[in-house]
Write a protein that binds this ligand. Structure first.
Ligand code: IPM
Ligand code: MG
Length: 345
C-alpha cells in the first residue's frame, strides 16, 4: 500500500489539496491518505507549528503532499513558533536537501508574464535549489539588541550531493547546467565551484557554466531561454525561483518537489493566499502538478505523472483557467478545475 501524508495547511491549502486528491484518485485509486497538521492550523490546534505526530506520520509514508501555510494571524509569534518554522523543520526532519522547481511557459499563456511574450515564449527551465543547508540553517546565528548575525556554511559532502542532482537533472533535459553563486565575494561559493569542476568530469555531456547571482537575476529577465538547469544554494535559490515563477507569469501553475531524503515533500510554489482563501477560486493546477511530481519521484510512476501533466496541458490549451489566468477564455472555480483535469486524465 502506498501511503501519502497530506498536509493541507492554511489559507487556500485545503481547497487546492482537495482537488489534487480528486485527480490522484482517478489515476491512482490505490493510494491511502493520512491528514496531518502543520503551520497555522497546527498552532491553533496544539500550540506548535510542527507536531511530532506529523513528523512521525511523514517519515512512515511514501510521500508528503503539502498545500500551503501561513497567514497574518500568526505573524507576530516568536520566530520558532511561526508557521514557516514548521516547514523548515519538516524539510530538515525529512532530509530533503534538493528542491526542484520547474518553470515552464505554456503555449498560449505567454501574455501572463509581465515580460514581453517574445522573450518568455518557450521558456523551460529547472531551478535545483539546495534546501537544508546554507544560511537558512547555519550556526552560529543570533539576534542581539544592536547586532545580529547568520552563518552561511556548506560542507563538501552537502555540495556534492546537490550538485549530483543538478548534473543528473541536466542529463535528463537539454544537458546545460548553470551554477549560480557569488564566487567573487563568498568562500562558500568558491567551494561550490571546486566541487562542480571535479564532478563535471563524470558528466562529459553536460555543458557546465558559472554565473554570479546578481547577473543571473538580470539574465533571467533579459533572456530566460538561455537557461536549462540552474543549480544554486539555499538563499539564492529561494530568490531566483520566485523570479523564475514571474517569468512564467502565474504562480498558480508551478509545482515543486523536495527530494533526496527518506521521504519527499511535494508542494505548489505559491503561498497560502489568505486574501482569496475560502472563496473556492484559487487555481489548484500547481498542486495537481506537484501531485504528478510525487507520482514520478516517490512512486516511480511516470505513466500516471504524464497522464496528469498532459491533462493539464489540454485544459490550458482549450482556454480554461482560474481567476489568476487573466486571459483564460473560460473561467473555472477551484473545484471545476479539479474536476476537468480529473476528467481529462
Ligand atoms: C519557499 C518559501 C520558504 C523558504 C519560507 C516560507 C520559509 O519562501 O519555499 O521558497 O524561504 O524556503
Ligand atoms: Mg521562497
Amino acid at each position: 500500500m502506498n501511503k501519502i501524508c497530506v498536509i493541507k495547511g492554511d489559507g487556500i491549502g485545503p481547497e487546492i489539496i482537495n482537488e489534487a486528491i480528486r485527480v490522484l484518485k482517478v489515476v491512482r485509486p490505490d493510494l491511502e491518505y493520512t491528514e496531518c497538521l502543520m503551520g497555522g492550523a497546527a498552532i491553533d490546534a496544539v500550540g506548535v507549528p510542527l507536531p511530532q505526530e506529523t513528523i512521525d506520520v511523514a517519515l512512515n509514508s511514501n510521500a508528503v503532499l503539502f498545500g500551503a501555510i501561513g497567514g497574518e494571524k500568526w505573524d507576530k509569534l516568536e520566530r520558532h513558533l511561526r508557521p514557516e518554522s514548521g516547514l523548515l523543520a519538516l524539510r530538515k526532519a525529512l532530509g530533503v536537501f534538493a528542491n526542484l522547481r520547474p518553470a515552464f511557459v505554456y503555449d498560449g499563456l505567454e501574455e501572463l508574464s509581465t515580460i514581453k511574450a517574445s522573450v518568455v515564449k518557450g521558456v523551460d527551465l529547472l531551478v535545483v535549489r539546495e534546501l537544508t543547508g546554507g544560511i537558512y540553517f547555519g550556526q552560529p546565528r543570533e539576534k542581539l539588541a544592536d547586532r545580529a548575525y547568520n552563518t552561511m556554511v556548506y560542507t563538501r559532502d552537502e555540495i556534492i550531493r546537490i550538485a549530483k542532482i543538478g548534473f543528473e537533472s541536466a542529463m535528463k533535459r537539454r544537458k546545460k547546467l548553470c551554477m549560480v553563486d557569488k564566487a567573487n565575494v563568498l568562500e562558500t561559493s568558491a567551494l561550490w565551484r571546486e566541487v562542480c569542476d571535479e564532478l563535471a568530469v563524470n558528466y562529459p555531456e553536460v555543458e557546465l557554466s558559472y554565473m554570479y547571482v546578481d547577473n543571473a537575476a538580470m539574465q533571467l529577465i533579459k533572456n530566460p531561454k538561455q537557461f536549462d538547469v540552474i543549480l544554486t544554494e539555499n538563499l539564492f535559490g529561494d530568490i531566483l525561483s520566485d523570479e523564475a515563477s514571474m517569468v512564467v507569469g502565474s504562480i498558480g501553475l508551478l509545482a515543486s518537489a523536495s527530494i533526496g531524503g527518506k521521504v519527499g515533500l511535494y508542494e505548489p510554489i505559491h503561498g497560502s493566499a489568505p486574501d482569496i482563501a475560502g472563496q473556492g477560486i484559487a487555481n489548484p493546477i500547481a498542486t495537481i502538478l506537484s501531485a504528478a511530481m510525487m507520482l514520478r519521484f516517490a512512486l516511480n510512476d511516470e505513466v500516471s505523472a504524464l497522464k496528469i501533466e498532459n491533462a493539464v496541458k489540454r485544459v490550458i490549451s482549450e482556454g480554461y483557467g482560474c481567476a489568476d489566468l487573466a486571459n483564460a477564455k473560460i473561467k473555472l472555480n477551484t473545484q471545476e478545475m479539479g474536476e476537468l483535469v480529473a476528467k481529462y486524465c
